[in-house]
Design a protein around this ligand. Structure first.
Ligand code: GLN
Length: 448
């Protein structure tokens, strides 16, 4: 049914970069056979899922939506892909994204655009646009994305689904194409909070192949899910609801806060005074780390190779000129500049100091509350093409999402109704204490 739905809808949506139909049918048949003989089933047995094309899949091309990875077929699976398959999941294919996960609208995909199923003229968000669109279009029952500065939460908000960025270190990055290594974190998207919790349960946990992966035991996310909002203290950064948030979005977020009160939660005001430096710090740190990570695409080890003449340097230059799109090139230049001798202290080091200030903001806020609630984005899904010519306008989409990554905290987006005039989904963002995904999921579930 999922494959038929993809076949019927994806010509218009563009969520999939590859559909692995044969492999999916085989795995589904194997799951049926397990069920028929009464075998012990895995927690995701037979469930059709799909993953962002940033996760390595053994024997299946992985492109990161970049020309520079053309022809690259990974020899191993990402840790999270291994875990999904070990739990019985049936992978349907690889999902569209912004090139190397750089973007907020999926328009930086070098392969094709992705459309928001709610309104095909609008963006599904990015960078995990395909991961959110595939759920909204009812093509898959759950997906994985990655979130470096909002790439799970923003598309989830734009497409009316649930998206969770776990605490940095909760989920293994092994086999995930690296963008900004100190910020990247894989996470689940689901049609419901319960679905996202079920996926997180499977992918979370220590993996010795990612040295930043945490040894902390994984909570039982299902157990806390139905506890409701009673007894929770919800922190509200009032400034996040004032300037720069479109009125219809602010209204739905305030209604969700009022609902929390009616459900027995307590609201308290909190201050996150350094939020205003988040975008500046993020757009130094993320490009700096990206410039280093993207150095490996040199035409020697992976994918594309251009320019036979002109020696080694000529080959590097021709390959990178032809292989990278405009956004990765912009970030490689920004990042290389910020890391240059003489500029390091002024930019990169300074941004790292802001990161510490942001972490302290949150620590102080979490002395007074269990979760922080606010908008995911300043407005609903924008039109395709609206911001492509203006990278700074695009970067400002991330104003409410990047601080959570800079502080390494878990963050979640849960639908909180449709925009009153535009009739498009609005997301409520919940941010939690480190490794307290259980409380985030519980708080989100209370709103469903
Ligand atoms: N939109 C942000 C960026 O372009 C975040 C991307 C992400 O989280 N991968 O960097």
């Amino acid at each position: 049914a999922a494959l038929a739905r993809i076949e019927a809808t994806d010509g218009r949506v563009g969520a999939f970069l590859a559909v692995t139909a044969e492999r999916a049918r085989e795995r589904a048949a194997a799951a049926d056979a397990r069920a028929a003989r009464g075998a012990r089933l895995g927690p995701l047995d037979g469930v059709p899922l799909a993953v962002k094309d940033l996760f390595l899949t053994r024997g299946v091309a992985t492109t990161a939506a970049s020309r520079i990875l053309a022809g690259f077929v990974p020899p191993y699976d990402a840790a999270v892909v291994e875990r999904l398959e070990a739990a019985g999941a049936v992978l349907l294919g690889k999902l569209n994204l912004d090139e190397f996960a750089m973007g907020s609208s999926n328009e930086n995909s070098a392969v094709k655009p992705c459309h928001n199923p709610w309104d095909l003229a609008r963006t599904p968000g990015g960078s995990s646009g395909g991961s959110a669109a595939a759920l909204a279009a009812r093509q898959a029952f759950g997906t994985l994305g990655t979130d470096t500065g909002g790439s799970i939460r923003e598309p989830a908000a734009f497409c009316g689904v649930v998206g969770l960025k776990p605490t940095y270190g909760r989920v293994s990055r092994y086999g995930v194409v690296a963008f900004a290594s100190s910020l990247d974190q894989p996470g689940p998207l689901g049609r419901t909070v319960g679905d996202a919790a079920a996926l997180l349960q499977v992918i979370a946990g220590r993996d010795a192949r990612d040295l930043t992966s945490s040894t902390r035991p994984v909570d039982d996310y299902g157990a806390a899910l139905e506890e409701g909002a009673r007894g929770l203290t919800v922190g509200v950064p009032r400034a996040w609801l004032a300037e720069g948030v479109e009125a219809g979005v602010a209204r739905r977020v305030k209604e969700a806060l009022a609902l929390y009160e009616r459900l027995g939660a307590k609201l308290v005001d909190v201050e996150l005074p350094h939020t205003k430096y988040g975008i500046a710090a993020y757009y130094l740190i993320a490009p700096a780390e990206a410039s280093s990570n993207l150095a490996r695409y040199d035409g020697v080890r992976f994918g594309l190779r251009e320019g036979g003449a002109g020696g080694l340097k000529g080959m590097y230059g021709a390959t990178r000129a032809a292989g990278f799109g405009a956004e990765p090139k912009r970030r490689i230049m920004l990042g290389t500049y910020a890391l240059s001798a003489g500029y390091y202290d002024a930019y990169y080091l300074r941004a790292q100091k802001v990161r510490t200030l942001l972490r302290r903001d949150f620590e102080r806020a979490f002395e007074r509350c269990d979760v922080i609630a606010g908008p995911v984005t300043p407005a609903v899904a924008f039109r395709l093409g609206e911001k492509v010519a203006d990278p700074l306008a695009m970067y400002l989409e991330d104003v409410f999402t990047v601080t959570c990554n800079l502080a390494a905290l878990p963050g979640l987006s849960v639908p909180c109704g449709l925009h009153p005039e535009q009739q498009l989904p609005v997301g409520l963002q919940l941010i939690g204490r480190p490794f307290d995904e259980a409380t985030l999921l519980r708080a989100a579930r209370a709103l469903e």
